[in-house]
Design a protein around this ligand. Structure first.
Ligand code: SAM
Length: 260
């Protein structure tokens, strides 16, 4: 017989946790989950730790040819994605009718991937991973009519000072960075604490067996078993690498340390 005395009554059971949820608005839904279907993110997706849905922006087109773009006012090369079509696609992602006004505070933030946006940082990624999820808008062509970006007060996010042909690879980058921080996704939970950017420094170098390879030995201190010396060496290496590779990060770190 199955004992039931110790089981929690249904009315007292906590609600099932809602998984972190990502909606991607794109003209190329087949690009997803792409690499996010593999490895850590893929296993977490299969396990229901996070949820991904894609919204084909073209499905919001109203004409026979499913047109989503038009020529830019003022002239110039390329095409611009139309505000009315993109608006309907965003509204659908929030389960609103096509003509709806944007909610004052949407449950999940709307992010527009754009080379003009603020650079994505580990701090922003951490904050997004702690929230309910994201709605990501991917541009193509010359970009998206500014009026719909303004109407929805979309946060513009860039993944670097270079121009991609579409927002999809940027969305994959952002999602990968967020998903690996979700509880239970990374094997060694501690590894997110020490890695690059977490303390304003780049990470120290790593080594594994063999201790000597092609005449190159592992730094002696790492074989010493002396945890205090190892920690000091790693800290000094993190500082040296940050100073040499990213003077901008080093200056910010030095200023923060001086203020503390
Ligand atoms: N005409 C735009 C400009 O010069 O800023 C570039 C448009 S780009 C060819 C098409 C789309 O790719 C953009 O609307 C954006 O969604 C995406 N994209 C390109 N570079 C990006 C970056 N560095 N970060 C995030 N998204 C990017």
């Amino acid at each position: 017989m199955i004992a039931s005395a110790s089981t929690t009554p249904v009315h007292a059971m906590p609600p099932a946790p809602v998984p972190w949820s990502a909606s991607v608005l794109t003209l190329f839904p087949q690009m997803f989950p792409g690499p996010l279907g593999q490895s850590l993110a893929g296993r977490a997706l299969d396990a229901g730790t996070w949820r991904l849905d894609t919204q084909d922006i073209r499905a919001a087109a109203t004409d026979r040819h499913r047109t989503v773009d038009d020529t830019p006012f003022g002239g110039g090369p390329g095409m611009v994605m139309r505000a009315d079509i993109v608006h309907a696609a965003i509204a659908a992602a929030y389960d609103l009718p096509a003509e709806a006004e944007p909610p004052a505070t949407p449950a999940r933030p709307l992010l527009f991937l754009s080379p003009r946006g603020r650079a994505l940082t580990q701090a922003r990624v951490r904050a997004l991973a702690q929230g309910p999820g994201v709605v990501l808008l991917c541009g193509r062509y010359e970009g998206i009519d500014q009026r719909v970006i303004d109407l929805w007060r979309a946060e513009e996010v860039s993944v670097g000072d270079y121009v991609l042909s579409g927002g999809e690879p940027a969305a994959l980058v952002l999602l990968d960075a967020c998903v690996r921080l979700l509880p239970g996704v990374m094997g060694a939970e501690g590894s997110a604490i020490e890695e690059s950017f977490s303390a304003g420094l780049l990470e120290y170098p790593h080594f594994t067996r063999p201790a000597e390879w092609r005449g190159r030995a592992v730094p002696e201190v790492l074989l010493s078993g002396n945890h205090a010396r190892i920690a000091a060496w790693r800290r000094a290496e993190a500082e040296r690498i940050t100073r040499e590779q990213r003077p901008d990060l080093w200056a910010a770190h030095a200023a923060a340390t001086a203020r503390a």
